[in-house]
Design a protein around this ligand. Structure first.
Ligand code: ATP
Length: 212
């Protein structure tokens, strides 16, 4: 599975629909300071569900929408589409090409689309679990992030390694099973309480039956 294209439309410094094709083993984006290189990786993080405007280098989420220049009007929405080649079916869906899109309007309305069908962010997160792709994964390492990972607390570093090792999915399932087990144990306790309560009534009832 690999990222084939990033289609940016109205996001940050991209007022026009821009297709970033990633078709070789190594793709470099070259440009002067402030020309918008990091906006491309921001756009990727944004589609993968980044909720922090600060991480996207803004102060509020609306800042990702093209804000206009002296010569151009601001736009009313931002849209970014990531196209993955999924012929390996590493992403567990039937499509051999997967499109993940996020759209945000100035009024705050937002949507996520998986191959043009509306989905919840949760579904996108689950789809990418253990692929290493995602906002907490190791697939995007921004400026200064290597230092963060090295100097991070051991539990944060552990999370990055676990994602890379592909065990996050199993850990999530284990947590879910433990939660169910806990619930079942509580149910057993409650049933035992009821049983002992009913048992106390057996003798008096038996007596009443015999008397009757
Ligand atoms: P550097 O090499 O310095 O990190 P860069 O090439 O990575 O720079 P970015 O930081 O990605 O550049 O781009 C910043 C540019 O994007 C700035 O010129 C900024 O004005 C522009 N920009 C960011 N948000 C918006 C927006 N909402 N509307 C219009 N332009 C924006």
């Amino acid at each position: 599975m690999y990222l084939k294209e990033i289609i940016i439309n109205g996001f940050k410094s991209f007022p026009e629909k821009t297709i970033v094709k990633i078709n070789s083993e190594l793709t470099a984006v070259v440009g002067p300071n402030g020309s918008g290189k990091s906006n491309i990786s921001d756009s990727f993080k944004w589609v993968m569900g980044e909720q922090s405007a600060k991480i996207l280098r803004g102060s509020k989420m609306e800042d990702v929408i093209f804000a206009g220049t002296e010569k151009r009007k601001p736009l009313s929405y931002a849209e970014v589409d990531l196209i993955f080649n999924n012929s390996s079916k590493k992403l567990p869906v039937d499509y051999s090409e997967v499109s993940i899109k996020r759209r945000l309007y100035r009024n705050g309305d937002s949507e996520y689309l998986l191959n043009n069908n509306n989905v919840r962010l949760k579904e996108i997160r689950e789809l990418f679990m253990d692929t290493g792709i995602g906002i907490d994964g190791y697939s995007i390492i921004g400026q200064g992030r290597i230092e963060d990972i090295i100097s991070a607390k051991s539990d944060i570093r552990r999370k990055v390694i676990e994602e890379a090792a592909g065990i996050v999915k199993y850990k999530a399932r284990k947590d879910e099973s433990l939660r169910k087990l806990q619930k079942t144990e509580e149910n057993i306790l409650r049933i035992n309480d009821i049983i002992s309560e009913i048992e106390q009534r057996i003798d008096p009832l038996r007596k009443q039956k015999e008397d009757a």
